[in-house]
Write a protein that binds this ligand. Sequence first.
Ligand SMILES: [Zn+2]
Length: 638
Amino acid sequence: MKIGLICMEEDRTLAYAASELKAYLERMLEGAGAAVSIGETPPAGVGAGARPGDDLTISLEVTAASDIRNDHFDIEIRPEGGRIAGNYARSVLIGVYYYLYRLGCRFPGPGKDLELVPELTDVGRLYLSYSHTASYYHRGVCIEGADSLENALDFIDWLPKLGFNTCFIQFQVPYTFFARWYHHENNPLLEPETFTVRDAAVCSDIMTEELKKRGMLLQAVGHGWTGESIGIPSVDWNAGDIRLTERQRRMLAKVGGKRELFHGVPMNTNLCYSNPEAAEAFRESVVRYAASHPDVDYLHVWLADACNNLCECDACAGSVPADQYIRLLNAIDEKLSAEGIGTRIVFLLYQELLWPPVTERFKNPDRFVLMFAPISRSFNSAYRADGELPPVPEYVRNRVTLPVDPGQNLAYLRAWQEHFAGDSFVFDYHLGRAHYGDLGYVHISRIIHDDIARLGQLRLNGHISCQEFRAGMPNFLPNYVMGRKLFDIDSDFEETVGEYYQAAYGSGWEEVLACLTELSELSDCDYFNGIGPRTDPAVAERMRRARAVTERFAGSGYFAEKPESAPQARFWEMLRYYCEYAVYLEEALGRLAAGQTDGAKKSWTRFMDTIRENEGRFQPYLDVYRICEISRNFTGFR
Ligand SMILES: [Zn+2]
């Protein structure tokens, strides 16, 4: 059988979609003796048709003048010919991956070695008619944790396979995320490698290139403007030995009577936003960046990344932070418009900016996208879209406490929505810290699923996950559920989980699911995340039981069976390793919660030793830097 693929216009993303479809079809149809080729793009105005010499011609095309905003594709493949069409080139690529999924391919983790590509002996299975519009517009992830360039590129490659359309490269240069890995922070057993800010810029360019090749949306920056705009580099959260000029000092926020870097960290330092010189520097910095980065589709303009450190000078204290923020944003918009720059600006509801504006309003709301970032929320339960919300407490400058309860968090969102009705999404942290507290990853996947199901009712148009890319222990179910649910709100949790486990483990998957579900039921994401008392007998008892469950499973016969494919062998290997170190973590958590500080430290050290020694073997799946940092700074291991 001869299959011909034709791109209906010259477009690098369509060309990439065709090359991907060719590569997978060739692998799948190898035994059936099929040949797949990519034909020449026809001249403009010439429609698709069966190509002479092909048994089946499939055209890839972007449908003109679609009024659908969310990614949409039509797959129509019949014996007389076929097409995969989408409203954007990336929608065609997403459609290609969806087609492959329907043909039996599975993508249960980032990286080619985790992909399952079945053999297709019956060419009759190639025929399919299916259309779909993604349920939300913004569907993506934001880089956090400690990453190699390969980790980032594997993740980008994985995103459209799950239906995601967006990647957020954080900061002007994403130095800290790569430097943590290449310097092997928190893993003294690995020899640090040289890695500079310039290297990070190269990584960022390569990521951007890979995203644009796929037609993906690029979001960028976030924090860091406050320092960068007055000439203080802000590429990480570290305190540096920085000598301030007088000019820089007078533009900094006055906190406790002093204008200085907040605990020495530029990223966490606010400016005196009522100072016209500081406001102008901030505006210029954003406009210059937008002008020189046309690839950035959504530019995040946030203030400092810390709380209760706003300027207390008389002029600043006269406004709530959100009013000062909107004044800055309106000034940025005005300059961008004057320069003909269309970049969308994302503004942030976070920390003191959770409190809504009082007097200021956006002059050009279409420029802006609201981003709700409930960083202090609980992950033990999902958002509720019904019921009364509590009132928003009064704002007192530099005396705020952040909300934990999901309902209290939503009260702030609702208050802002009374002032802004434009585009929006949530920036959430399921896979940023709390996920380490879920020992089976079934619970956090369920929370992700339920939260995403309710986004529409919360009047939010998507979800960007602020997360570790290496969040794959015991498996990558959370990201898989996230992508599928954002793409199709009607997807069913149990079905997605069953499909995932069958793909990852093959025979024996039900037993793995039963074990990891039990571990999830015994877990407490909030405890790991530092929420609640550190001594907690109920947590101690549950960790004792979790350890017994893990030991029982590790000693069972399931690992003796021969996996059916190389990717499944890898998933079983990951699971065996997981059981090996999880018992130390469960023991450490149990002892910590029982108030046995010395014993907890001993178990935690064994846990850390194990994952450090094995990081080379399991690098893409567990972020040793991050789990160490969280368990020290939040959970309470010292
Ligand atoms: Zn001030």
